[in-house]
Design a protein around this ligand. Sequence first.
Ligand code: ADP
Ligand code: MG
Length: 290
Amino acid sequence: ATPTALMVGVGRGASLGILVRGQDALEASGRITTVVLDKTGTLTSGRMAVRRVLATPGWTQREVLRQAAAVEQGSEHLIARAVTRAAEGKDIAVPRLEDFTAQVGRGARATVGGRVVTVGSADVLEHPAPPAIAAGVRAAEEEGRGAVYVVVDGETIGALVLSDVLRSGAREAVALLHEQGLRTVLLTGDGEAAARRVADELGIDDVRARVLPTGKANAITDLQREGQRVAMVGDGVNDAVALSTADLGMAMWNGTDIALKSADIILVREDLMVIPDAIALSRRTLSTIH
Ligand code: ADP
Ligand code: MG
């Protein structure tokens, strides 16, 4: 590789909002065949909000939100931020938490006032959710919204319906990746329904939902074994291992520190057209070199 050609690529990248951390990365990206995309915080803005609080009969919406917020004080997840903000907005005094544990890819758990409180996906449920809650969550999912359950000492006391929006340029970005001859895969810890909906809306080729962080890295390895050269775009703690496993790791600028450290390229632009731009840039750089 001639250093001059790479420097040109890097310079042009900076003006496009593409920060290249290693020259090898830029070279690798020219030969990518598949792009794996994380959903929450990557394809979506990650500015989540609590839209609705569902309470099991015998519990109030305030109490559901209060218990959830107590646990989420200990978490840095985008959902946690939405929950603590919602409690603040309702002037709810949030109790202290003890023994916080993050259940990566599933939820968060802590002891609150002597009781064990868990907030998270259906994986955290100890018993099937009460019918009213299950119906509310299903309705939310049909609207394309995610939901998390709130469980106190094994009892599902309610659920929180969350909203998140697709980032601008998401649809165009996926279309352009396809024009570039790339296959696209959506990889998410979120449920099948929410994942399917986003994939259909954006025209993404393939979906892997309810994938735990270790599973994300395995999914990349599987694709590589099939002979694909894989780029991964992510933002979260749960994406870090996958980002370093991929032939090319790209992190969103507003991602967590560990995601940024695990990536070869940092995307510093609000719109997702930055992804095909990064691929195009690297291909141009490659043809200048060889
Ligand atoms: P993604 O791959 O979409 O970025 P994650 O792997 O971070 O998602 O999380 C997967 C799922 O686990 C979330 O959709 C949510 O249901 C649950 N979850 C994870 N962390 C938390 C948390 N702190 N509070 C509530 N739910 C959580
Ligand atoms: Mg994410």
